[in-house]
Design a binder for this molecule. Sequence first.
Ligand code: ZN
Ligand code: ZN
Length: 268
Amino acid sequence: MYYLIDYHIHTSISPDGKDSIIQVCESAINKGLKEIAITEHCEMHRKDWASQYYDLEKYKNQILEVRENFKGKIEIKAGLELGQPHRNLKESEELIGSFNYDYIIGSLHKMINNIDLGKLDLTTITLDNLCLEYLQQLDQMVVCGKFDCVGHLDLIKRYSTNYYKQRITLIKYYDFLVDILKKIIENGKGIEINTSGLRQAPKETMPGLDVIKLYKSLGGEIITIGSDSHNKSDVGKNIIDALKLCEEVGFKYITTFNNRKPYWKKIY
Ligand SMILES: [Zn+2]
Ligand SMILES: [Zn+2]
């Protein structure tokens, strides 16, 4: 039996999440998941963002409540999806230190001008420049290291596959990508396999198989799986597909987190 985890889940605490944490946990239990991490958004590119939109007190209370309610049925990890942690390091550190988080995703949602990747005017930028700018930002984020795993490592393809009408992969920028993956590994960080790409335009995980293979070949061992669900029905979606990808690449274990420390679980 596969060891089913979902380490990237949003609930209604996130501005774009739809269902309550209780509905999300019930859905995960019904689907046979053993562990989930609730990873609400907190974008750090603006100093006031966290206090305005991230309700830490509400989050803390809800995590403690569902852990108690669903004790023995599922492990519920306290997670966080930090957007652009490198843009405000002090605030990122303060937030991380303000709760006993188990697991933190570092994600790059905004380009340097703070425009969301999903809102870029693609008519003004070539695909090469888009990828290179994204990689430069990713490089800066990886160096800052205020997280455990990089979220959806090649997110640009979620928003640009349809426009450029081709498969988009960062493997094309091989040396730059190798450099970034090495920094992730050397800093003791990992990557996630984000299955939302299978439900969206790219029709493949983020990152795709080629990048996962490269990560493994460079010695990467920390790898989590997440649906990036924003509603209860997407919880656990395509997790088995991602586990099969891991097996295909040669991973025998996936990584789970407790108190920000990695633990490895047999995939099957
Ligand atoms: Zn994200
Ligand atoms: Zn997310």
